[in-house]
Design a protein around this ligand. Structure first.
Ligand SMILES: [Fe+2]
Length: 487
């Protein structure tokens, strides 16, 4: 192809930008709180070339890493491509060589065996290193100062898994990194690798186990003593891929499963639970222990949120017809059987954020995004074709809500959380807000929001003089950590 398809994945807010840029001293409306010092890294999929197939979608976009750098009230912005093996091969050829999303059988023969990952999902900071991650490959290390790509990361040759999740977890007390990789030894493999790296970034353990079926596994959770692997019935099939078909198809009649094991134990101790048929979830707010009871706070829907994954499974449901909720799943490990308790915590939504210090521990509050049920229609865009227009702060103990409803024509991306040193202060949220200013024209701002009073609106708005393509996930790295970056 010589042009981008005129679909939701390549128009409007999803229009490819393809521009590496640096802008110093962004214009700031209001005042940046002085304790916000550091970098907000964002993962932005942005295809460098028109795709080989016109039904391609945003998840295939080449990963770009963007950075808002906060320096004594000033904000600088940079965005660069992650120079993956795939990006390098296509840049050399000046065209797309990789075919359908996660289907190597549709690639140009010249790139057979080349790493297909686009590293476009989540920036990760651990042990003084910055990575860009996507679940179909290993992480790519990026220099946090120059944003130069430093290559694929295998923990100094120690990692056996061919993949690493975009949703690892860091224990806030021990500094250990917990992660997994599914399809650990190749396309459509059921092998899952479960890895632990110590606080210095050394891989200290890697164990493998098989999942019950060939499901997509996007997120997982840790508590102080357990690792939790939720698996949903969006499945893959090697024969379908060989025939040029889609990587994922949602199976509405298949039940979801949850594996729970001792966090530092052996995978042979995994215990499997079984939940609702057809359920789907991508993101987990948090999980924690209460003795032998394990709580998992998760955003669940009654079918897959991605239209193309539903359609591949023969499910005809509009985006607005999907029902979901923010739920607490409780697993009582003293009881036999495979069932668990489910109770609602809050309205549906996604893209949750907690204080990093609360990971795996009992916690009081968190934040997430939703579509305002009483508000204007959401802007088309983002990975599922529909953006969010409301930010929620939830008190999980009391199910209390505070919300920031955006005006018509606005969309908000996943926030990051910046802790505050002030006693009793919830800290700050940083989130990009896009605003439609013309038929196909959008203006973007970075909003700084008091995390304890989201309904009060932003305390500062940072104007970005460039179009910003939709972000997937982001991460905050304080200045005190950036100075410890490993070379
Ligand atoms: Fe995600």
């Amino acid at each position: 192809m010589t042009a981008f398809p005129q679909t939701i994945h390549f128009t409007g807010l999803n229009t490819p930008v393809r521009t590496e840029a640096s802008v110093r001293n962004l214009l700031v409306e209001g005042e940046i709180p002085s304790e916000i010092e550091g970098a907000f890294f964002r993962a932005v999929p942005d295809p460098a070339h028109p795709p080989m197939f016109d039904d391609d979608h945003i998840l295939s976009g080449d990963g770009m890493i963007a950075r808002f750098k906060f320096d004594h009230g000033a904000v600088d912005y940079d965005i660069r491509y992650v120079e993956t093996a795939r990006y390098a091969a296509e840049r050399e050829a000046r065209r797309a060589l990789f075919g359908q999303y996660r289907n190597p059988f549709t690639d140009d023969p010249s790139v057979a065996g080349v790493d297909r990952t686009v590293a476009n999902t989540t920036p990760l900071w651990h042990a003084g290193r910055l990575f860009m991650t996507k679940e179909d490959g290993r992480a790519y290390r990026v220099d946090p100062t120059t944003l130069d790509t430093l290559g694929a990361w295998d923990f100094g040759g120690a990692l056996k898994s061919e993949t690493m999740t975009a949703h690892s977890r860091i224990d806030p007390e021990t500094g250990e990194l917990f992660f997994f990789g599914y399809e650990a030894d190749g396309e459509c493999s059921r092998a899952i690798a479960y890895g632990i790296a110590d606080r210095d970034g050394n891989l200290v353990r890697e164990q493998w186990f098989d999942q019950p079926y060939g499901g997509m596994i996007h997120d997982f959770a840790i508590t102080k003593s357990r690792a939790i692997f939720p698996i949903f019935p969006t499945t893959t099939d090697l024969e379908r891929l060989r025939a040029g078909g889609p990587k994922w198809a949602h199976e509405q009649d298949l039940t979801c499963r949850v594996g729970i094991m001792p966090r530092d134990g052996d995978v042979t101790a995994m215990r499997w639970f079984e939940g609702a048929a057809g359920a789907s979830a991508f993101h987990i707010m948090n999980a924690f222990d209460e003795g032998d009871r394990v709580h998992l706070d998760i955003f669940v829907s009654d079918t897959n949120a991605f239209p193309f994954m539903r359609e591949a499974g023969g499910i005809q449901r509009g985006q607005q017809e999907i029902r979901g909720a923010f739920e607490r799943w409780t697993f009582d490990l003293t009881k036999d059987g495979s069932s668990y308790e489910v109770r609602p915590l809050g309205p549906p939504g996604d893209m949750p954020r907690i204080r990093d210090a609360d990971t795996g521990l009992p916690y009081s509050f968190g934040w997430y995004l939703t579509v305002n049920p009483n508000g204007p229609p959401p802007l088309p865009g983002g990975p599922v074709g529909m953006t969010f227009n409301m930010l929620i702060r939830i008190d999980v103990a009391h199910c209390g809500l505070d919300a920031l409803a955006l005006p018509p024509g606005h969309a908000i991306s996943e926030p990051v959380h910046v802790p505050s040193a002030a006693p009793g202060h919830d800290g700050w949220l940083l989130a990009v807000v896009d605003r439609q200013v013309g038929d196909q024209a959008f203006a973007s701002q970075l909003w700084v929001i008091n995390a304890g009073a989201v309904g009060a609106g932003p305390v500062a708005k940072v104007h970005v003089p460039l179009p910003l393509r939709a972000q997937v996930h982001g991460t905050w790295v304080p200045a005190t950590q950036l100075v410890l970056a490993k070379t």
